[in-house]
Design a binder for this molecule. Structure first.
Ligand SMILES: Cc1ncc(COP(=O)(O)O)c(C=O)c1O
Length: 387
């Protein structure tokens, strides 16, 4: 598995060296135990050669003084958004940040009014549930419908009041939904009519797996929306570089951008030198690598989907994006599905922190041999466990 050039993908799937002993969050969680980790959102694949080469060149220079985020960071992101998503941004709108969750919490401090509601559609990536509260706002959960659609009536009701913020995860983690143009336009109408601000986390924008489906950046819908939206993006999911802690916020409105910058309150470090270099390399040169990754992820997705839905009492919808499958175990009546899977040697994410009790989340971004074994363990758990 490890005898290939770093970053190489085969036509057949992902290639990855052993990750045990590399201080990996994913692989250390059950270190020393026979539990296959298919949980936290990073991929078992090396970063693209263009990223690794850029990092090597920086390290070969050898001086690691204070780093400045150069204008090429923003222009490379602007080029990526234009090429991949048809979104024209002004590079002046871009603020580099040392992580998306940091940016979410910084955004929470400047949008809406203290004490007012942040509307979060659940289930959801857990930091969404905490960010409003960290900033003295209330987190109001608006559950998605059973088929992971937007509950418009509930959202309208929750949007009624001053100083509110809509928290959008687009594409959606954990369900893998890609919001359609019609859904986004209806959201846009609601946002303008109710005078909401928006945080749009588009971490998964590049990993749309469903043919014919397209991610549409929320702020790209109109200048009026862009003026009330903080968009957060990163190459960290796309190119598997989350350990380099680097992301970007896109804020069209200058006053909002200034307020956002000031809201760091001395707590947020500059993005680190290696992170910005990796982002820039990925956005400038990563297209072909991503184009090779997507079919491999799609094949894994389809295998997981077929396997899950063939098991008694388990179900999952086909994720349109992400490399995550959200498994509905409620028919089994298990209190803690992740614990059931863990006993069978499979490490999944527990649905409860996502406000999704009765669910578990499986990360299928791994080489075939690992997926084979993961699916074997999934089946063993489902066929043997009674509670
Ligand atoms: C929707 C979403 N936003 C943000 C993040 C994390 O971003 P970062 O590691 O840059 O804080 C994740 C990671 O899984 C995610 O799924």
């Amino acid at each position: 598995m490890a005898d290939r050039a770093p970053g190489e993908l085969t036509p057949a799937g992902l290639v990855c060296p052993q990750r045990t002993g590399t201080a990996s969050e994913k692989w250390e969680r059950w270190a020393g135990r026979d539990v296959l980790p298919m949980w936290v959102a990073d991929m078992d694949v090396q970063a693209p050669p263009c990223v690794l080469d850029a990092l090597r060149a920086r390290l070969d220079h050898g001086v690691l003084g204070y780093a400045r985020t150069m204008p090429s960071f923003a222009t490379s992101l602007a080029g990526w958004l234009r090429r991949r998503h048809g979104w024209e941004i002004d590079p002046a709108w871009v603020v580099a940040t040392p992580g998306m969750v940091v940016a979410m919490n910084q955004a929470a401090r400047v949008l809406g009014e203290p004490g007012a509601d942040g509307l979060v559609m659940t289930p959801i990536y857990p930091p969404f549930l905490r960010a409003p509260g960290h900033a003295g706002r209330r987190c109001v959960q608006v559950p998605l419908t059973a088929d992971a659609g937007i509950d418009w009536q509930a959202l309208e009701a929750a949007a009624d009041g001053p100083g509110r913020v809509l928290w959008l995860c687009s594409p959606h983690n954990p369900t893998g939904r890609v919001w359609s143009l019609a859904e986004l336009q209806r959201l846009a109408d609601l946002v303008v009519r109710r005078d909401l601000h928006v945080v749009s986390d588009e971490a998964w924008m590049d990993l749309v797996l469903e043919p014919g489906v397209r991610h549409i950046p929320f702020a790209s819908l109109s200048p009026a929306l862009a003026a009330r939206t903080i968009t957060i993006v990163a190459p960290s999911k796309t190119f598997n570089i989350p350990g380099l802690s680097c992301a970007a916020t896109i804020i069209a409105d200058q006053r909002l951008r200034d307020a956002y910058r000031h809201a760091d309150q001395g707590l947020v470090p500059w993005p680190n030198a290696l992170g910005t270099i990796a982002c820039e390399a990925a956005w400038s040169h990563g297209d072909a690598w991503l184009d090779a990754l997507l079919p491999a992820l799609r094949r894994n997705r389809d295998r997981v989907h077929a396997a899950v839905n063939a098991l008694p009492g388990l179900a999952s919808a086909l994720p349109q994006a992400t490399y995550l499958t959200w498994i509905d175990c409620r028919a089994r009546g298990w209190d803690d599905p992740a614990a059931v899977f863990e006993r069978a040697g499979l490490g999944l994410s527990d649905g409860r922190p996502f406000a999704g009790p009765g669910f578990a989340r499986l990360n299928f971004a791994c080489p075939d041999a690992l997926l084979d074994e993961g699916l074997r363990r999934l089946g063993a758990a489902a066929l043997s466990a009674s509670s």
